[in-house]
Every structure is written in structure tokens, then in C-alpha cells.
Design a binder for this molecule. Structure first.
Ligand code: KIV
Length: 265
């Protein structure tokens, strides 16, 4: 089985081939995703919600992220592994370099951070030193206390324009991938068409280059009522590996997300 690299993910975009990303936090799910040939795995700080039982990602620490990144990377030789820098782990460029180094040494192939223009210097510093970076715009869960709620972002023309400008600025600063979370589908499409790098949507419509979902969401075992963009793939497939393969196939054949799982504007 081939090892997926950032070069391959960029080729997918050039060939207009959609690809599937899932979160994983442990060796068993990571191994199952390897056997299903999932192209990329996000060791997300969503582990704060689905593994640790918190209401937000704010309590997640660097030590948590390094532990789960090691668990995931140990049992997967195929997928490209992105690891989240958690809350307050990238407040200054110096702190970010130290923490991003730890995640790369734990087995990540790329680090992800949430935010826009305030991160440009940090992104340039990491990429100049050979640490690939994934951006994250739209709903940025680490800022939930500043935003006030988990809700769709970029709905007004001013917010949409700001998000678009920040996506372009982050790309120019050096990010190689961009997660777009909870934005209207029309904005997901516009940003995707404007960037040379792949976009990964979660609640960002069907036109992003890739989709990402939380593994426990596609298995229907996440706490609380699932958000609109979540689909339970276990119901239709009957096994965990069947659900993962069904999700991958639906993303690649563009049957997911359908209109019921998007924020149409
Ligand atoms: O932590 C996470 O799982 C994420 C995804 C929701 C994109 O950042």
C-alpha cells in the first residue's frame, strides 16, 4: 500500500479527485483506517469532546495531543497524519515551534492550527523550517468562548470576504491544506476555487476538495444531537470498517455531503 504524502493530496486537487479524511485518536481505529485506505487522518483536539468527555476542546493539552498522535502513527503506514496544536499551544512563534516539533516527533506529518491573519508570521516560520502546516478557518472551536456558540460562520458578505482574504493570506504564508468548518456551501466553493492548495470541508458543502468528519460521528456514538453536516454511515453498512469504506466511497463519488448535510445559502 502506498504512503500518502502532501504531494499526493495536491495531485488529487489538480486531478479534481475528492478525498476523504477522518479523525482518529488510537491505534485500533488508525489501523482500521489504514486497511480501508483512508488518505488522511486528523488527530483532532475534538478528542477533548469524544474521548475525554469535555464540552469544548479548551482543556486539551500538548501532552494529550502527543500521546494520541503516537498511538495513531504507530499503527498506520499509509495515511497522511495531521495533528492539532491544542488551545494556547501556538500563542507565539517561539512556543509554536517548540510544540509543533513535539507533534512531528510524535509521528505527525503536518500540524494544524486555528485562526487567520494573526498566524501569518507563525505559519511562515514553521514552513521555512520544514514543518508543514494546515490552516483552519470558519468555525474555530478553540475560540468558542469568544464566538459565543458553535454556529455557522461567514454568512454575511463582510464575514465571507474576510474569510476569503485570510484563506489567501494563509496560503501565501505557506499552509499546504486548509480546513473550512461550518460555512455556507457557496463560500466553501468560492474559497476552494480560489486556492491552489486542497481545502478540507466539515459542514462546508460538497465543493471542497476533501471532507473530514469525526470518526465517532460516522458511527453514531458521539454525545448529544449530531450537527447537520454529520451522517451516520454505520446504519447503512453494519460494521466499523464498512462504515469507514462507505464514507470514503461517498466522498470520492460526491454523494456525500448531499443537500441535507450542508448549510446552503
Ligand atoms: O479537532 C477536530 O476534530 C477538528 C475537525 C472538526 C476539523 O478540528
Amino acid at each position: 500500500m502506498n504512503k500518502i504524502t502532501i504531494k499526493k493530496l495536491k495531485e488529487y486537487k489538480a486531478q479534481q479527485q475528492k478525498f476523504a479524511v477522518l479523525t482518529a485518536y488510537d491505534a485500533s481505529f488508525s489501523r482500521t483506517m489504514e486497511s480501508c485506505e483512508i488518505d488522511a487522518i486528523l488527530v483532532g483536539d475534538s478528542l477533548g469532546n469524544v474521548v475525554q468527555g469535555h464540552n469544548t476542546t479548551v482543556p486539551v493539552t500538548m501532552s494529550d495531543m502527543c500521546y494520541h498522535t503516537r498511538c495513531v502513527s504507530r499503527s498506520n503506514q499509509h495515511s497522511f497524519i495531521i495533528a492539532d496544536l491544542p488551545y494556547m499551544a501556538y500563542s507565539t512563534p517561539e512556543q509554536t515551534l517548540e510544540n509543533a516539533t513535539q507533534l512531528m516527533q510524535a509521528g505527525a506529518h503536518m500540524v494544524k492550527l486555528e485562526g487567520g491573519d494573526w498566524l501569518l508570521e507563525t505559519v511562515a516560520m514553521l514552513t521555512e523550517r520544514g514543518i508543514p502546516v494546515c490552516g483552519h478557518l470558519g468555525l474555530t472551536p478553540q475560540s468558542v468562548n469568544a464566538i459565543g456558540a458553535f454556529q455557522v460562520q461567514g454568512k454575511t458578505s463582510e464575514e465571507a470576504e474576510q474569510l476569503m482574504n485570510e484563506a489567501i493570506n494563509l496560503t501565501n504564508a505557506g499552509i499546504s491544506l486548509l480546513v473550512l468548518e461550518c460555512v455556507p456551501s457557496s463560500l466553501g466553493k468560492k474559497v476552494t476555487e480560489s486556492l491552489s492548495i486542497p481545502t478540507i470541508g466539515i459542514g462546508a458543502g460538497s465543493d471542497t476538495d476533501a471532507q473530514v468528519l469525526v470518526i465517532y460521528d460516522i458511527l453514531g456514538i458521539s454525545p448529544g444531537r449530531p450537527p447537520k453536516f454529520v451522517k451516520n454511515f454505520l446504519e447503512e453498512s453494519g460494521s466499523i470498517s464498512g462504515a469507514i469504506s462507505a464514507y470514503k466511497s461517498a466522498v470520492e463519488h460526491q454523494t456525500f455531503p448531499d443537500t441535507a448535510h450542508q448549510f446552503l445559502s
